[in-house]
Design a protein around this ligand. Sequence first.
Ligand SMILES: [Zn+2]
Length: 246
Amino acid sequence: MEPLKGLCTIVTPDLALEQFAEQHAAELNPANAIHGGEQVSGVFNTQRRWPNGMILRVHFLDGDPAVHKRVEPIAHEWSQYANIKFQFGAGPDAEIRVAFNPNVGSWSYMGTDCSLPQLAGKPTMNLGWLRPETAETEYRRVVLHEFGHALGLIHEHLSPKAEIPWDEEKVIAYYRRTNGWNEAYIRSNVLALPEADEFTAFDTKSIMLYPVPRELTKGGYEIPWQNSELSEVDKEFIAKIYPFPA
Ligand SMILES: [Zn+2]
């Protein structure tokens, strides 16, 4: 079975790194250490924000230059709404390191986790199903979405209001095969709700609402693939999180 298109995973550092990841986030941006603060977004992990105004360097670890060329301008669209810039071609010590391994689907680490020193040299994002001939709408869905994770956004479909009837056995078998993860890791990354997140409205137009394939759910449940643009709410959220100077 090919990696299921549309399925995406936020990757979190493994247990041994988790506490360090929190410290790292707080060092980079002291606001990350404040719990229960201002709730600016239903889909934002308040503990992994980059410092506002940061230039995030991006490095392609592998992949086709024709694909790289199409990824870059799409990622930059976030910078129209967020006071964050992506600097491509930055070299291997970049904060965001993108791989194109076709066997492991699409995923990204969240926000400041990308720059954990323990992950140096390793991919922080995988864009597994983009090819030079892939349609532009598919590029937009995947690139806007994964760079949303890199900015610290989580999945809209993780809203408790979206209650997804995952077929847990199939989900575990799938990620074991595609990513080589063990059950505990799959449970905390795919099936569990992220900690410390509160959800406000459920935005069905969000780029962060990723489809849920029926192959991994019970009773034929699926969220079809629909959004390939930033929603109005996405733009407002990210502008609040990374505001431009007045
Ligand atoms: Zn995702």
